[in-house]
Design a protein around this ligand. Structure first.
Ligand code: CO
Length: 210
């Protein structure tokens, strides 16, 4: 059977199981969503945001792209961010990278992948900023892991540079920003970085008139 047909079959089984376990399940979910968390993760099929966090429909608002990047010209990400912060009023934003990320590997290589080279440049720039620290490590695996962590940290800092987050922090303490790395080898998420409205901002990126 082709993979996509299996999905439709699984879906029917899943829907009937939900109703069996909780007859009002779908009725409740058709009401407006009020998730407290925005998840910005990698598109990688091995990192399903809800499965690895044990969350259910309605609990997390999700944006995924290659290597969980926060790029200030990405209209898609910015729209998700603005909606999550200003309308859903999420309390937490999580940027979650992962062990063995192909996007990070692409950034460490000198191979062209076509159009997506432009996207990968963002990670190469993180590498460039921390080249000495990364290149000092003895093995490829350690280098890859450190770049994964530094990339997550950089993306959290990119969030804090946006007018959306600066504006939210000017008016209150939420959202809290978190940088996490998911380890494919044991399924454990390791927090690596945090920012909140009290974190001193980089004066270069401060916007005073918003
Ligand atoms: Co990845």
């Amino acid at each position: 059977m082709e993979a996509y047909k299996k999905l439709l079959e699984n879906n029917k089984k899943w829907a009937s199981l939900q109703i069996k376990e909780d007859p009002e399940y779908f009725e409740r979910l058709t009401e407006l969503q009020s998730p407290e968390i925005l998840w910005i993760g990698c598109s990688d099929s091995r990192v399903p945001a809800d499965r690895i966090t044990g969350t259910h429909p309605g609990e997390i608002f999700v944006h995924r792209n290659i290597a969980n990047l926060v790029v200030h010209t990405d209209l898609n990400m910015l729209s998700v961010l603005q909606f999550a912060v200003e309308i859903l009023k999420v309390r937490h934003i999580i940027v979650c990278g992962h062990h063995n990320c192909g996007g990070v590997a692409a950034a460490m290589s000198n191979q062209s992948y076509g159009l997506m080279d432009q996207w990968i440049w963002n990670i190469k720039n993180v590498y460039r900023m921390h080249r000495q620290e990364i290149d000092a490590l003895p093995t490829y695996a350690e280098k890859h892991h450190l770049l994964t962590e530094l990339n997550v940290k950089e993306q959290v800092m990119n969030l804090a540079k946006t007018s959306i987050i600066q504006n939210a922090w000017r008016h209150g303490e939420v959202p809290y920003l978190h940088g996490w790395v998911y380890d494919l080898r044991d399924g454990i998420i390791n927090p690596v970085f945090e920012m909140n409205s009290d974190t001193p901002s980089d004066p270069i990126f401060e916007l005073n008139n918003i």
